[in-house]
Design a protein around this ligand. Structure first.
Ligand code: DON
Length: 303
């Protein structure tokens, strides 16, 4: 498969794409990102790298980090599934409404409520949660040049009223053990991780390669965990647009309000795309389009 030729076609085709999306501005720091950024990187299981555009430029990975925190919680053998469910929510990522009826158990680990419970689990089981998460991401990406963005973290901390409400509400319902400020601090930092498409594609190879780190073949997580996490990416990775992403792209994936999307084709590749303009569901419109083109032009998806 000539992936570079396919990526070149996607870049060309989307040159004239009329994007009606908007940059996320509820985290004020994200509104400063130029909206015309566009990059894509595909990392193959045979080690091949293919890319175009701003694929080496770092951006805020936001909710993509929820896949890393879930993987780290699984690695530590934490008991997760009594406290977080694995059902699509059909609601926006920051919704509060299901929690009341469902006794403070979030529908899945990728909506904000679920990721806050995972953050609580990590704060309980790690000695130094922020350092340990960053070390884990650096290990699986095989790259130490990955950092938290303090400006983005403090910008979200100042305006994160919904997350503050979510964690307090779950605490009231008995599903949060630690101090809410410690959980929020960890969560805002995890969302602020800055990575390029290139780094994300490499890191996500553990999910395409049964938990193995590219290049070292060391197992970062068990193959059974990748099976579970990929299933949750497929069904819940795009919130109330998960069905649309499955329908159009046909790969497990995860988006973030920084405009990034990562998807994996098991035993084949991991691919990351970045375009900051978001549709009303909070997903990168052009990014989804690029991935749809990728699976159409290659004729390969998991379906
Ligand atoms: O908690 C938030 O609202 C953000 N830090 C992350 C949300 C996000 O990326 C949703 N993804 N599309």
């Amino acid at each position: 498969m000539d992936y570079q030729a396919i990526l070149n076609i996607i870049e060309k085709e989307l040159e004239s794409f009329e994007d009606e999306g908007k940059v996320a501005d509820y985290i004020p720091e994200l509104a400063f990102v130029p909206s015309d950024k566009f990059g894509m990187h595909l990392h193959c299981i045979d080690g091949g790298d293919y890319s175009f555009g701003n694929s080496d430029e770092k951006f805020s990975i936001q909710s993509i980090s929820k896949v890393f925190s879930l993987a780290l919680a699984k690695k530590h053998g934490s008991k997760i599934w009594k406290r977080v469910d694995v059902e699509p929510s059909g609601d926006p990522f920051n919704s509060l409404t299901q929690l009341e009826k469902e006794k403070g158990i979030p529908r899945n680990p990728f909506i904000n409520a679920g990721a806050l419970v995972i953050a609580d689990i990590l704060v309980s089981c790690l000695d130094n949660p922020k350092k340990d998460l960053l070390d884990f991401v650096r290990l699986i990406a095989q790259d130490d040049d990955i950092h938290y963005d303090e400006k983005v973290a403090s910008s979200e901390k100042k305006h994160g009223y919904r997350n503050i409400a979510l964690v307090n509400y779950m605490k009231a319902l008995g599903n949060i053990n630690n101090d809410v400020d410690d959980i929020l601090d960890f969560y805002f930092y995890q969302c602020s991780i800055s990575m390029s498409c290139h780094q994300l594609a490499k890191a996500f190879m553990i999910f395409a390669n049964e938990g193995r780190i590219m290049g070292t073949e060391e197992k970062a997580i068990k193959s059974n965990s990748t099976k579970r996490i990929n299933a949750i990416m497929q069904t819940c990775g795009f919130y109330d647009e998960a069905g649309e992403f499955s329908f159009r792209v046909g790969l497990p994936g995860k988006s973030g309000v920084g405009g990034g999307i990562v998807a994996i084709h098991p035993h084949q590749y991991a691919v990351a795309v970045w375009s900051p303009l978001l549709n009303e569901k909070g997903n990168s419109e052009k990014g989804m389009r690029a991935l749809e083109e990728l699976t159409t032009l290659t004729g390969l998806s998991i379906f």
